[in-house]
Design a protein around this ligand. Structure first.
Ligand code: FMN
Ligand code: ATP
Length: 286
């Protein structure tokens, strides 16, 4: 898969792309609803003999046009989103820099300045996808906006428990520490990346940017070093610091860079007691 970052300086006619079916949207977390949209685009592309593209944005539109200072709690950094797209069989990931200037484009301007030069022949999105200034464009307006050069497919909502799966719903679950419920929405456990560092005799996990950390509590997790997974427990403190609680990690493990799969909140461990104990931890390495 080719990732192409686009800002207003790019001349899109010079980008080496092929005619494609594009899935459109922000796709934070690449949850099961997003996967359905991308799989639909892929199937249609295969049928039409075209490439599959995802057109997305960064940062999140809310950070640019929302109330000043509004912070979006991202589920995944763009590079991890890209890996998930690649696994779904996407050929081109066009990542457009969302700027105030870009947000002001009228729906038609977006279609003619971006979709047409990128050779998008067919667009796929969910019912609630919008584009252009004040989100005035939708799949219902895209065919006309493009002078009927782009056809569209609207994907039915993917639901769980009578509710539309959404990035917002997943963010809310994480904020409540309901990590064990996430596979129902993501199709797998929530996975984050970071580094494990030793500070004051304790092993602290520092997540990379653009991931969410659940609230204060003890969690069962699995950490991965790229080859294998190791089960253990972490403590998340009020200040969102994450400490490894054990069991001791085999010393042969290179654990500087780690993946962390958040499995469930462990209600048998009380954060206050664990926090006191971490103060006495000397080493968790075997
Ligand atoms: C060219 C363009 C301009 C946009 N301008 C606005 C805007 O003025 N206000 C707004 O709330 N959203 C704006 N958006 C964001 C869209 O409404 C929408 O959130 C975005 O395309 C992602 O779709 P999704 O939320 O369905 O994933 C714009 C999007 C595009 C592509
Ligand atoms: N549950 C779903 N079923 C089908 N399509 C979906 C679903 N959720 C989102 N989509 C579609 O996937 C694309 C990306 O959507 P978007 O990033 O807005 O997801 P979202 O989960 O609704 O996010 P948020 O909660 O931040 O609004 C859009 O085309 C959107 O319509």
């Amino acid at each position: 898969m080719k990732t192409i970052t686009i800002d207003h300086k790019n001349d899109l006619h010079l980008i080496a792309s092929c005619p494609a079916v594009a899935a459109l949207g922000f796709f934070d977390g690449v949850h099961l609803g997003h996967q359905k949209v991308i799989q639909t685009a892929k199937k249609l592309a295969d049928k039409k003999g075209l490439k599959t593209a995802v057109i997305s944005f960064f940062p999140h539109p809310k950070e640019i046009i929302g109330k000043t200072g509004e912070r979006v709690h991202y589920l995944l950094p763009p590079a991890e989103k890209a890996k998930k797209f690649s696994r779904l069989g996407v050929d081109y990931f066009y990542l457009i820099r969302f700027t105030p200037e870009f947000a002001r484009l009228e729906p038609k301007e977006f279609v003619w300045k971006y979709l047409v030069p990128l050779q998008i022949k067919h667009a796929v999105a969910g019912y609630d996808f919008t584009y252009g200034r004040k989100g005035k464009g939708s799949l219902d307006t895209m065919e006309e906006d493009s002078g009927y050069s782009i056809t569209v497919t609207k994907v039915e909502n993917v639901e769980r428990n009578d509710e539309k799966i959404s990035s917002t719903l997943i963010r809310n679950k994480i904020q409540l520490g309901l990590m064990e419920e996430l596979p129902d929405y993501l199709g797998e456990f929530y996975e984050t990346k970071g580094k494990m560092i030793r500070t004051d005799g304790k092993d602290e996990l520092i997540l990379d940017r653009y991931y969410m950390i659940p609230p204060k509590g003890c969690y069962d997790v699995a950490i991965g070093n790229g080859k294998e997974w190791f089960d253990g427990r972490v403590l998340v403190t009020e200040q969102k610091k994450i400490y490894w609680l054990g069991p001791p990690i085999p010393s042969v493990w290179n654990i500087f860079r780690v993946k962390v799969k958040w499995i469930s909140r462990n209600i048998h461990f009380i954060p206050e007691i664990e926090e006191k104990q971490t103060k006495n931890l000397v080493s968790v390495h075997g």
